[in-house]
Design a protein around this ligand. Structure first.
Ligand SMILES: *Cc1c(COP(=O)(O)O)cnc(C)c1O
Length: 401
């Protein structure tokens, strides 16, 4: 879907036919997704690529992103929840798929029935086996080891016995151990030594599993930063999330420097534009006052749309000029100070002009990284939190074959 470019010269109420998502949208460029997957696949080769599309593909839309990633050569899909995997299966996506974060409430039976691979840290094993019995179908299991992150995964102390139990069930035909994996803690800080420790621990548990007769299809450890900076962590498969969305995992290295293209653009239109006197207070708390006569532009996005409330100062670009948000960000809206320039602009109003919060940054425009800095967070969170109230618009979608 395309939309007409706005200019400040558009009449405020033009009656022009525009898609409903013109008011506010997160535009997802699926060609950028494909480009990024090809870039990461080249870095990972000969290892295969698992495109991580959890959390609605970090806010980008799981089904269209999964399809684009598969078109560009990803061989696997990864999600956190079984329910996320089932949604992809329901959309007709047949690719190998792994879900790794479960609770005692998770539906392992549905995962087995749908041919979804299940990550297993230990406690799930009995439940997975019960599900396989019930479904009369062997479960596909990836055993997870905690090599230092301290979250999911079996500790190295119990690894031996987990592998032994899993192999007994494999011999009974109830499951197949198709993968062994772990997750890195500090790969985004390549100078830190802990990645080496985790890698050494991973090699150790692989050897133990091999001795016990495990012959996995895939051994996997690397996330996006490790895929880009640590070829020795690639093994058979890399699990890449952030990179396929075109964002940099490294402080001080941009997307462009990594050969990646940010896929999400968040844009809206200026909702109100008015001249105000010197000293006008702006938004709740009146934390900001204009310095001289000025024009305020109202941006109709707020924390209900996923713009962090703490991100005052975040950039909004209107007609090629980037303005910082002033005053508090509210639930539905925020304000930019257009300055004195527009007061004397002879009635040239920016009402209805396109306002971009972030995009691919190619032309010096604002980026998700800028918003992350303004909010004291990381780019992962900025894109992932863009809420369902902001309609997703997909461009460069390939027609179904
Ligand atoms: C989210 C996640 C990934 C992807 O990490 P990125 O840094 O976004 O590439 C990989 N593996 C696991 C287990 C994850 O939870």
């Amino acid at each position: 879907m395309t939309y007409p470019a706005a200019t400040g010269d558009l009449p405020p109420v033009s009656g022009a036919v525009r898609p409903p998502s013109y008011e506010r949208s997160a535009v997802i460029d699926l060609e950028a997704i494909r480009h990024n997957v090809r870039r990461l696949a080249a870095a990972a080769s000969p290892a295969q690529v698992m495109a991580v599309v959890k959390a609605d593909a970090y806010g980008h839309g799981a089904v269209p992103v999964a399809r684009a990633a598969l078109e560009a050569g990803a061989g696997w899909l990864g999600v956190a929840h079984i329910s996320e995997a089932l949604a992809l299966r329901a959309a007709g996506i047949e690719a190998p798929m792994l879900a790794w974060l479960h609770t005692a409430e998770s539906n392992f039976g549905a995962a087995v029935a749908a041919g979804v691979d299940i990550g297993c840290s230990g406690w799930e094993l009995e439940r997975i086996v019960a599900a396989a019995r019930e479904q009369e179908r062997p479960a596909r299991v990836h055993l997870k080891v905690d090599t230092g992150l301290g979250r999911n995964g079996a500790t190295i102390d119990v690894w031996d016995s987990l592998v032994g139990e899993a192999m007994e069930y494999q011999d009974e035909g109830l499951l197949r151990v198709v993968g062994i994996f772990s997750h890195l803690a500090v790969a985004d800080e390549p100078e830190r030594p802990e990645t080496d420790d985790q890698l050494a621990a991973f090699r150790e548990v692989l050897a133990i599993a091999e001795d016990a007769g495990v012959d996995p299809e895939v051994r996997h450890l690397a996330n996006t930063p490790a895929t880009l900076s640590r070829p020795d962590t690639h093994f058979d498969l890399v699990r890449v999330g952030l990179g396929i969305y075109g964002l940099s995992p490294f402080e001080g290295q941009t997307s462009a420097e990594l050969g990646l293209r940010p896929a999400m653009t968040v844009r809206t239109v200026v909702a109100h534009c008015k001249d105000v006197p010197d000293g006008q207070g702006v938004s709740y708390g009146l934390n900001y006052h204009t310095h001289g006569a000025s024009t305020l532009g109202l941006i109709p996005l707020g924390y209900a749309d996923g713009v962090p409330r703490v991100a005052t100062g975040g950039p909004v670009r209107v007609e090629g000029v980037t303005y910082p948000v002033v005053g508090r960000i509210a639930m539905d809206q925020m304000v930019i100070d257009l300055g004195a320039r527009h007061v004397s602009a002879g009635g040239h109003s920016l009402l209805g002009a396109e306002a971009e919060l972030f995009g691919d940054g190619a032309d010096g425009g604002p980026t998700a990284d800028d918003w992350a800095r303004a909010a004291g967070t990381i780019n992962y969170e900025i894109v992932t939190r863009i809420s369902p109230r902001v309609p997703r618009t997909f461009i460069n979608e390939k027609p179904a074959p």
